[in-house]
Write a new protein. Structure first.
Lengths: 265, 232
């Protein structure tokens, strides 16, 4: 039944999310081609070129951040509407467990979050590549790669890069899960459930801030000497574990609250 | 024969408001039961608990011998008092969805009813009137071969002419071994199809009797008795 639920979740979300991802990638291609056409990567720019470059970069950055925000808003509004408005009467009376119903929303939300994150990455990549900065990008990546090898050795480099990408993906997913978790916990309020979700979100952010600060800098107060033995590997591993913990905790709480306290009044 | 719906000591409290108090009910197979009561008497709360949409404060509900869960949902066909379908879907997409989720869904029956009511399956739900959306929902619910149909205000939003068709649809489309629980204010309209009636008041079962017994003992129709019991 989970497979059928996921199929219908994709049917309900694919149009808007594909459009957002398509516009993100398209904006990157257009920005790159316009940059190349106007020769904006030239070392000497005219006043007009500088003006166009400034407005272009600001406009592109605003578009990309707006689309990323739009995709997050669309996904958590869809989560809320499909579970906790009258549509929830259908969702929760389907012949599936509550865990399956809620998980299908979360799984599809995570997949789309991943897709929009990748679309943003490709958009930015296309912008640089097509604007004529391809060589500079390759050089920059080569230099960064050499720096990491110098720092941690060749053997660990690929693993660190893999872990870094994983942390990046998991932190995007944990943000999505946090929205879903906040909406679900907000349902525990007998009235003003949306306000409850907002309070839950900010309270959780506050707690996460304390945990994150303590995790990263707490050792400086307790044992300053040993805290100076900072390694990139250790930092990434710590972040990886923290992201995994957040994903598991948000998912677990959302499922637990849905199973024990579902009240569609 | 086992009861299709068994409710034992069911209570539900919202904050400090007691919506249901120690409700005990047993509904056997093959009955059309009216769940009647004024606003705030606990009808919708009771229905939502049976369908697994609300958690009871105490007590237990068994549907076909099973506690509320995935298995009980397989045998309940529920029509809520609100539109619960995604407005962006077409009528035929909702039919396909019900076919995919419910093994007991009869597509031919659904399309026959759509044809009889003159509803174009290609139309998106958002283009339909409120009454037509309610008809589509009723068609979906009654096209299942479920054991227990729970209909919350099934005729409230439709015109009187369509009410007759809907009531005929309800009677004509359920298996004799299945039961129907109908919650409504429009008692005069549904009285002729009911086998028994439950009167709820302040979250308590005030009366639960066969319609014939009500008529013979009180000398009144259910509608008349309702107006007397709940007179303001």
């Amino acid at each position: 039944m989970l497979g059928t639920l996921i199929k219908y979740e994709f049917k309900a979300t694919w149009m808007i999310m594909t459009l957002i991802c398509g516009v993100l990638i398209g904006a990157g291609v257009v920005a790159g081609l316009v940059g190349n056409f106007l020769n904006l990567n030239s070392p000497t720019l005219t006043d007009m070129q500088e003006l166009l470059l400034t407005f272009g970069v600001i406009g592109y950055a605003m578009l990309v951040s707006s689309l990323s925000m739009l995709s997050a808003v669309f996904l958590f509004v869809h989560y809320y509407r499909s579970l906790y408005t009258p549509q929830g009467y259908l969702s929760f009376t389907l012949p599936a467990s509550i865990t399956e119903v809620v998980s299908s929303r979360i799984i599809v939300g995570c997949i789309w979050t991943l897709a929009s994150t990748l679309a943003t990455f490709f958009s930015v990549s296309f912008t640089f590549m097509l604007s004529g900065n391809f060589k500079e990008i390759v050089t920059f990546i080569d230099e960064a790669y050499a720096t990491i090898i110098e720092e941690v050795g060749a053997a660990s480099t690929n693993l660190i890069i893999f872990e870094f990408i994983l942390v990046f993906i998991l932190s995007s997913i944990s943000k999505m899960l946090m929205y879903d978790y906040s909406i679900t916990v907000g349902q525990l309020w007998s009235k003003h459930k949306i306000l409850g979700a907002v309070i839950c979100y900010f309270a959780t952010q506050f707690v996460m801030g304390i945990i994150s600060f303590t995790g990263h800098f707490g050792l400086m107060f307790a044992a300053f000497e040993s805290s100076m033995n900072f390694t990139m590997r250790g930092w990434i591993t710590k972040n990886l574990l923290y992201s995994v913990f957040l994903c598991v905790a948000f998912y677990g709480v959302a499922i637990f609250v849905s199973n024990k306290k579902l009240n569609l009044d | 024969m086992n009861n299709l719906l068994e409710i034992q000591g069911l209570s539900k409290t919202y904050d400090r408001v007691q919506a249901l108090t120690n409700v005990n009910l047993s509904i056997g197979p093959g009955h059309i039961t009216g769940l009647l009561g004024p606003n705030g008497s606990g009808k919708t709360t009771l229905i939502k608990i049976i369908c697994g949409l609300l958690q009871p404060t105490s007590g237990a509900v068994y549907v076909d011998g099973m506690p509320i869960g995935t298995e009980s949902k397989k045998v309940i066909s529920y029509l809520p008092d609100q539109t619960y379908l995604n407005d962006n879907m077409t009528v035929e997409a909702t039919i396909t969805m019900f076919r995919d989720f419910y093994a007991d869904f009869d597509m031919n029956r659904a399309y026959n009813m759509l044809t009889n009511l003159g509803i174009n399956p290609k139309f998106k739900l958002k283009t339909l009137s409120k009454g037509t959306k309610e008809k589509v929902q009723l068609i979906l619910v009654m096209s299942r071969r479920a054991k227990l149909y729970i209909l919350d205000e099934p005729i409230a939003g439709v015109d009187p002419a369509a009410r007759d068709y809907i009531l005929r649809t309800i009677i004509g489309n359920y298996d004799p071994s299945a039961s129907i629980l109908i919650s409504t204010h429009l008692i005069a309209d549904v009285e002729r199809i009911l086998d028994e009636a439950i009167f709820l008041q302040y979250g308590n079962v005030r009366l639960y009797q066969p319609i014939d017994t009500i008529r013979s003992e009180t000398g009144k129709s259910v509608d008349e008795l309702f107006r007397e019991v709940y007179r303001c």
